[in-house]
Design a protein around this ligand. Structure first.
Ligand SMILES: [Zn+2]
Length: 131
């Protein structure tokens, strides 16, 4: 197992690739499976229903962009037949970024307002699309 370079204790790093501008980590969530169905509340009548690769952007490291790829588990509830994805701690799943990246962007944009009027390309790169 690789040392946890990304410093997210809820995830395990399975693989890491580095290129000129990017780090790409393949990560796996350590959190236990859901205890109940979030749609109907039934305890637990769920089965695993495939996985989906999802990419999340994280704080830049050593001046490179950091992408975290995780195979997100999907479940189906046998009671209500609904499907849903596992919860991912530390992630803003609707914007495909980590929560700490959002915090960082918010802080950086506040600082920018007071210190400089020049646009910062690094920050712009990381502004998530508005969904
Ligand atoms: Zn259900």
């Amino acid at each position: 197992m690789l040392p946890n370079m990304i410093n997210l204790s809820n995830f395990e790093i399975l693989d890491m690739k580095e290129s000129e501008y990017d780090y790409r980590f393949l990560i796996k969530s350590n959190t236990p499976p859901p205890s109940h169905c979030p749609k109907c509340g039934t305890f637990p009548n769920l089965y695993k229903h495939g996985k989906k690769d999802q990419l999340f952007f994280d704080l830049p490291m050593h001046g490179k962009r950091v992408g975290l790829i995780t195979k997100r588990q999907r479940y189906r509830c046998l009671e209500c037949k609904e499907t849903f994805f596992e919860d991912l701690p530390d992630m803003d799943v609707s914007r495909s970024v980590t929560n700490r990246l959002i915090d960082w962007i918010q802080q950086a944009s506040l600082e920018k307002t007071f210190t400089s009027t020049k646009p910062c390309s690094t920050i712009k790169t990381y502004v998530p699309p508005v969904s």
